[in-house]
Design a protein. Structure first.
Length: 128
């Protein structure tokens, strides 16, 4: 059976769009969870729905850094906090053992997106 894919366009505030950006790749899955098709949410799904509207701490760290208009040298030297690095290591270990929750998987996606962004920023800063 071939499954078709539809495109959905909605109008949302810039603030909400910014908050959803780190979860962009997970939006279809999150919409399924929000629809609660079976009529019963698990505790983990409830946590996921309640927490996805919050900006992850590591994302806030990067935003706070970028809002200060760092120099190319500061961009090249930038590292997230030790706390964020420890949390990432915990997520990666859980990923290796296959024990990530859906919320943790969303958090790992945020780290991956931020890492990609910072690699691009650092490459650009090196050109300067």
């Amino acid at each position: 059976m071939v499954s078709s894919v539809a495109q959905l366009t909605i109008q949302i505030s810039d603030e909400l769009a910014g908050r959803l950006e780190p979860l962009q790749s997970r939006l279809p899955e999150l919409l399924w969870l929000l629809l609660d098709i079976d009529g019963e949410q698990t505790t983990e799904e409830s946590k996921l729905n309640a927490q996805t509207v919050e900006i992850p701490e590591v994302y806030q760290e990067v935003l706070d850094f970028l809002i200060k208009r760092p120099t190319p040298e500061e961009i090249i030297a930038f590292k997230v906090s030790a706390r964020a690095q420890i949390h990432l290591q915990e997520l990666l270990e859980k990923n290796r053992t296959g024990s990530l929750s859906q919320m943790e998987l969303a958090q790992l996606d945020v780290y991956e997106q931020l890492e990609h962004l910072m690699i691009l920023l650092k490459a650009r800063a090196m050109e300067k």
